[in-house]
Design a protein around this ligand. Structure first.
Ligand code: ADP
Ligand code: MG
Length: 577
């Protein structure tokens, strides 16, 4: 799509020219990067217009952080780097949280920011939005590049793509100074300079020794456990993973975003017997899951006293032994590793011991039975279980919908209560437990998958990205947002101990009507005060595909401080009352 421009060359010979704008667009399209999430402004406003005219889907957000989260989850869902586009300094910084989030979560993403003139920035002469963006981005991503010459745009983007998706995926920063966009060069030379990246994420085949070692340890297990993490969901090796897990017969535990690779209702699923399997297992096989804080670092009370052996499958060799000794490290991509494991298991592979499998199943069935009546309660005002019981049924009836989930209690309880049936349908706060991913994730999920999206949001969590309801309405996306409104952070009942008249730091306006926000932009707003009303409103939204926001009125006293991670929240014993 190079523009034909009359050259002003002294020779007066007509030459086909292209420029930075066109070359970046051509390079993106050549590599199948057909969607941009961003916020327009200097120096990338015209770029956005031109990209849209050239057939790239350009989604304009209200804040770069939300566009960045959208790009990060687009990367997770598609295995292609999600692209976020921002202006210089402040826009770049707003996008940076999402870039760091992508890197931390192993999602491939490219943050492209316009920047100011190098000559002025480096002499610190006070340019418009002056900032040494490349230096600032570097420690927060896998790789950072700057392109100074139009002829290097092809190589620059190729390097960014490879860095984002190969090995352990992550965030990449690409710095494009304002001057680059208008740089003109010969169109043929420009075209030749572009690179179509071949085999961007090459298969990483595990060594046969590592496979044998892992199978030997697994075979020796009396109480095996398989833990599936979001790396396993990302790998899109769903059939092989399922075949492998079923062949072992072992209980499996899905991490939050790995729910649904095998259905949560699968007979081997130990989700509802989590504490038992972590404590009592003797061999633990981690597949695309890190032994970080979310798994209590593989030690301590959660894991019990019985000695354990860990097998770990991961694409990143340095992940091994990060928290505990890994007796059987298997380094490679999950698809290749799981296929190799399956190949190494003969027809006589012993199923996991029946007493262990039976004990886990009993524990699980007990816990499920204990929970069941709570989920059917019709209390008004609603509590978490009553509201989540409704949503659980809706997800069961609509298993291909994407569930976005953030909050404290809203997150912890929904994760446990809402069963998932298909891979990559649950996307949430991830490794950092970050708040604010909600609307960005919802938008990208709708755009990338074309499926309906159900967002289950704490009222506080929603506030971080709430303005993007306008974006959802503008693009007419099939997103239904349910806000668990308990008037505050953790609870809406906290009081100010000083009596000054200010509200306590954790409470919001009582009886707030978030549904009115959606109505302001032409979407559907519903105030739901009972489980029945909630059910009707969500089903109507999912049927119509219209942007909908349901203000689910919860008991302000429902919820506990910091949800399930109160142990991480230091509390003063000397507090003045
Ligand atoms: P969870 O939070 O669900 O436990 P983590 O984010 O902690 O998951 O772990 C994901 C792991 O998956 C990371 O260590 C990452 O290196 C690994 N990973 C990501 N993609 C792949 C892949 N295609 N093959 C193998 N490992 C992968
Ligand atoms: Mg709340």
């Amino acid at each position: 799509m190079s523009a034909v421009v009359q050259s002003a060359a002294a020779t007066d010979v007509e030459e086909n020219l292209t420029d930075g704008f066109n070359l970046i667009i051509d390079a993106l399209k050549l590599n199948g990067l057909n969607t941009i999430y961003g916020v327009p402004g200097i120096p990338i406003t015209d770029f956005g217009r031109m990209a849209q005219a050239a057939g790239i889907r350009v989604l304009s957000f209200r804040h770069e952080q939300n566009a960045g989260y959208a790009a990060s989850i687009a990367g997770f869902l598609t295995k292609k780097p999600g692209v976020c586009l921002t202006v210089s300094a402040p826009g770049f910084l707003n996008g940076l949280t999402a870039l760091a989030h992508a890197t931390t979560n192993c999602f491939p993403m490219i943050l492209i920011s316009g920047s100011s003139e190098r000559e002025i920035v480096d002499l610190q002469q006070g340019d418009y939005e002056e900032m040494d963006q490349l230096a600032i981005a570097k420690p927060l991503c896998k790789a950072a590049f700057r392109v100074l010459h139009a002829a290097d745009i092809g190589i620059g983007l190729a390097r960014a793509i490879r860095a984002a998706v190969s090995g352990r995926p992550g965030g990449v920063y690409l710095d494009l100074p304002a001057k680059l966009f208008g740089q003109v060069m010969n169109a043929d030379a420009g075209k030749k300079s572009l690179v179509k990246v071949i085999d961007a994420a090459p298969a990483q085949i595990p060594s046969p020794d590592s496979i044998k070692r892992a199978l030997d340890v697994l075979k020796s297990a009396k109480k095996p456990l398989i833990i599936l993490g979001k790396g396993a969901a990302y790998a899109q090796a769903d059939d092989a993973l399922r075949a492998f897990v079923e062949k072992t017969g072992a209980p499996f535990l899905p991490m939050s975003m790995a729910k649904g690779i095998l259905p949560d209702t699968h007979p081997q699923c130990a989700g509802a017997a989590r504490s038992t399997v972590l404590k009592d297992s003797d061999v633990v096989m981690l597949i695309g899951a890190r032994l970080n804080w979310l798994l209590s670092h593989g030690k301590g009370k959660t894991w019990g006293d019985a000695p354990k052996k860990f097998i770990q499958i991961d694409i990143e060799p340095k992940e091994m032994d990060s928290n505990v000794e890994i007796v059987a490290p298997v380094v490679g991509d999950i698809g290749s590793c799981v296929s190799a494991l399956l190949n190494g298991m003969d027809a006589k592979w012993p199923a996991a011991p029946a007493d262990w499998v039976g004990a886990v199943k009993t524990k699980r069935d007990d816990n499920v039975a204990k929970m069941a009546p709570k989920l059917m309660n019709n209390n008004v005002p609603m509590d978490y279980h009553g509201a989540l019981g409704v949503l659980r049924t809706i997800v069961k009836e609509r298993p291909d919908a994407i569930l976005v989930n953030e909050g404290a209690n809203t997150l912890d309880l929904a994760r446990g209560i809402i069963d998932m049936y298909q891979p990559r349908k649950r996307i949430d706060v991830g490794t950092w437990g970050i708040m604010g991913i909600g609307m960005g994730y919802a938008i990208a999920a709708a755009i990338e998958t074309g499926k309906p999206v159900l967002c289950v949001e704490g009222d506080s969590a929603f506030g971080f990205s709430g303005m993007e309801v306008e974006t959802i309405c503008r693009y007419k996306l099939p997103v239904c947002i349910v806000i668990f409104n308990n008037d505050g952070i953790y609870r809406g009942t906290d009081v100010n101990a000083s009596g000054s008249g200010d509200p306590a730091p954790t409470v919001f306006v009582k009886g707030a009507r978030y549904d009115k926000m959606m109505e302001a932009f032409g979407g559907v707003g519903v105030n739901a005060t009972s489980p029945d009303e909630l059910k009707r409103a969500v089903n109507a939204a999912m049927d119509s595909g219209k942007p909908t926001l349901i203000n689910a009125v919860l008991d302000p006293a429902a919820g506990s401080e910091s949800g399930r991670i109160g142990n991480l929240n230091p509390q003063s014993k000397l507090k003045k009352k």
